[in-house]
Design a protein around this ligand. Structure first.
Ligand SMILES: [Zn+2]
Length: 133
């Protein structure tokens, strides 16, 4: 994952420096054009990661596990209809089911295969308790 981003970053950087040089060349600004390319790159980079960061704050991929309160220990157990079954590091199991509107339900799966309603979100909304309507 990190390797992929590093690759994209370096590639973008090179493209923008080349782009900057081309502008510099056309406008006879030389090195200044390259710096301009670099600045454009930094701007795009900061905005992109800023938005991505804010977005994941707004809508994390998973809500917290309601047993251990962590949200980063889920592992995919199996693919199910319209979603996946996940197991948290603490042993709790959840069903992640997406409907055609992009809304997601994240329900607890009890050992007896009983489903317990827990969290839900709309396509662009935040996670909230399913009982909160
Ligand atoms: Zn847990």
């Amino acid at each position: 994952m990190v390797g992929k981003w590093a690759f994209i970053t370096v590639w973008l950087l090179i493209m923008l420096i080349v782009f900057g040089y081309t502008i510099g060349d056309k406008t006879e600004r030389g090195l200044f054009g390259a710096l301009l390319g670099l600045l454009v790159f930094l701007g795009v980079y900061v905005i992109y990661f800023g938005v991505a960061f804010l977005w994941t704050r707004w809508q994390p991929v998973f809500p917290q596990c309601d047993q251990c309160k962590k949200s980063e220990n889920y592992k995919t157990e199996e693919s199910i209809k319209d979603g996946f079954r996940y197991r948290c590091g603490c042993g709790s199991q959840y069903l992640y089911v997406k409907d055609s509107s992009g809304a997601v339900k994240f329900s607890g799966l009890l050992p007896e295969n009983e489903i317990r309603s827990y969290m839900k979100r709309s396509r662009f909304g935040r996670w909230k308790l399913e009982d909160e309507g």
